[in-house]
Design a protein around this ligand. Structure first.
Ligand code: 5GP
Length: 136
């Protein structure tokens, strides 16, 4: 199977601006900077996305994402941060290797806008809630 770009970065086949590395996790600047300091945090081992990543590794990835977000505010002058992970193509995932975006925010509507519009159709909330609850 063809290696994805993040596996190639882990293996040193593609260069990156590395921010952090330990035995399980790698963090580096996104090649397409949505805002200044836009970072990606990934597990070194391949997992397709957040949903299929073992919890220990997933927690380590988010620990690093949290620290980078704190640094964005303390040292890059960000006023806020979006922490985001896309799962599957429909949700915007383009690289099939679990990654967390850490996107510092400086101004409103700068490069990145997450628009969440409430649906107007009637949803059966009791049934939806029960389905999720029953399977947790
Ligand atoms: P997704 O859309 O899957 O959530 O995000 C994938 C991200 O990976 C994109 O923001 C894209 O810019 C970034 N990316 C893709 N290829 C490379 C690369 O070769 N190097 C780096 N540093 N980032 C990459």
């Amino acid at each position: 199977m063809e290696k994805d770009v993040f596996c190639k970065i882990v293996d040193g086949e593609i260069p990156c601006y590395k921010l952090f590395e330990d035995s399980d996790v790698l963090a580096f600047l996104d090649i397409a900077q949505v805002t200044k300091g836009h970072a990606l945090v990934i597990p070194k081992k391949h997992y397709d996305n957040f949903l299929s990543t073992p919890d220990k590794i997933m927690h380590k990835v988010f620990d690093v994402a949290q620290r980078i977000g704190q640094i964005d505010i303390q040292f890059l002058g960000a006023k806020g941060v979006n922490i985001l992970t896309n799962c599957y193509e429909i949700a915007g995932q383009t690289v099939n290797h679990f990654h967390v975006h850490v996107i510092p925010r400086y101004e409103k509507h700068e490069g990145f806008a997450l628009e969440m519009k409430a649906q107007t159709n009637n949803l059966n909330l009791p049934v939806i809630a029960q389905t999720i609850k029953d399977n947790l």
